[in-house]
Design a protein around this ligand. Structure first.
Ligand code: AHR
Length: 349
């Protein structure tokens, strides 16, 4: 073959190779090579606030899962425990025309109007953690969260087993009134009170899931000479506050007063092991990967289940082990709830 012919063939091959490479890199538009852009999914997330360790762990889980590297742009709004702020945030998300709205509701009722606006705008709404109470279930796409009644019933069952036929004076620290975490946990205790005429609630009131309020309430009761055997605290942070108050009064939590709590953050489980808290019903906050999966499922054109309850455990001093603590990160479990099977699990009581 002549040298000039050979040169021509090589040039043609090179040109063909370049064309292939450019096509593989992206679309060609009027001669310009545009790199392939994966769709970024824009999510507006209205969070309750930052009232507890649980809530902070939940926020971390959501921001880590709905990250840029996972293909999301997250617009995060902290409602500071106010429903009006959540309604405003949702309206802003609608104005921004986000792809999805995720709502962790402060309370169960009062969502019809604003969720109707989201529906009219064609934006799917995913509810996380607590439930909402709406007459038209088409106002939200799906929900994932905890069975708060089941948590409450597990706590009550533990009390029944521990204090067989013993009269009990109970202090009941409630969460924010009207949210499903409070309603389920309170409902389970109310139900048990009817079955146990020898149990007496000496105080019942909202501590709003806040450590400072838990401490304030117990300090006030002690200063008024009110005596009690059990504190049924609807979350860990109020239990921490109660422990501060008991210690301040020279009482030994776990001996002079039994504490039953909800959530199961690492600090609370350390206290179960040391005996300061006697029982914890887990409430798992690691919803980020679940929401990511729900959105990815919707993006692929498949409708996820309308409601998904997460698996949760219970912990008491008799059964807790160092390994159970070690398998949780400094704040919350790494094992349960993220789809990673747990090495050790306690049976539900
Ligand atoms: O809705 C979950 C509850 O909200 C948690 O139990 C509590 O700690 C939080 O603030």
């Amino acid at each position: 073959m002549k040298r000039s012919c050979m040169k021509m063939i090589i040039l043609c091959l090179l040109a063909a190779l370049c064309t292939c490479m450019l096509t593989a890199c992206g679309d060609q538009d009027a001669g310009t090579v545009v790199p392939d852009e994966k769709k970024i999914v824009v999510v507006g997330f209205s969070q309750v606030g930052a009232e507890s360790d649980w809530r902070n762990a939940n926020t971390r889980s959501m921001t880590q899962a709905l990250s840029e590297e996972n293909g999301f742009r997250l617009i995060f709004e902290d409602a500071q425990n106010k429903q009006e702020r959540q309604i405003t945030a949702i309206r802003n998300f609608i104005q921004m025309n986000v792809d999805y709205i995720v709502l962790a509701p402060t309370t169960e009722t009062g969502w019809e109007t604003v969720l109707g606006e989201a529906k009219a705008a064609g934006i799917p709404v995913i509810i996380v953690d607590r439930l909402i109470n709406v007459s038209d279930s088409s106002l939200y796409t799906c929900w994932v969260g905890s069975d708060f009644w089941k948590e409450g019933r597990a706590a009550v069952r533990w009390m029944e087993e521990q204090f067989v036929d013993r009269p009990l004076r109970i202090v009941h620290l409630q969460g924010n009134l009207g949210c499903s975490a409070q309603k389920g946990r309170t409902g389970a205790l109310t139900e048990a009170m009817q079955a146990h005429p020898d149990w007496q609630i000496v105080y019942q009131g909202p501590g709003d899931f806040l450590q400072a309020k838990g401490q304030e309430i117990i300090e006030d009761l002690l200063s008024r000479g009110i005596e009690f055997d059990v504190i049924y605290s609807e979350n860990d942070n109020m239990a921490f506050g109660a422990i501060e108050a008991l210690n301040g009064a020279g009482l030994v939590p776990g001996e002079d007063v039994i504490i039953v709590s909800f959530d199961g953050c690492h600090r609370a489980l350390e206290m179960v092991q040391s005996g300061a808290i006697s029982f914890v019903a887990e409430c798992n906050p690691l919803h980020g990967p679940r929401i990511m999966n729900i959105i990815n499922t919707l993006e692929s054109g498949i409708m996820p289940p309308k409601q998904t309850y997460v698996d949760e455990k219970t912990f008491d001093r008799e059964h807790i082990t160092r390994e159970m603590l070690d398998e949780r990160d400094s704040e919350y479990p790494t094992s349960s709830g993220c789809g990673i099977p747990s090495a050790s699990s306690l049976p539900l009581f």
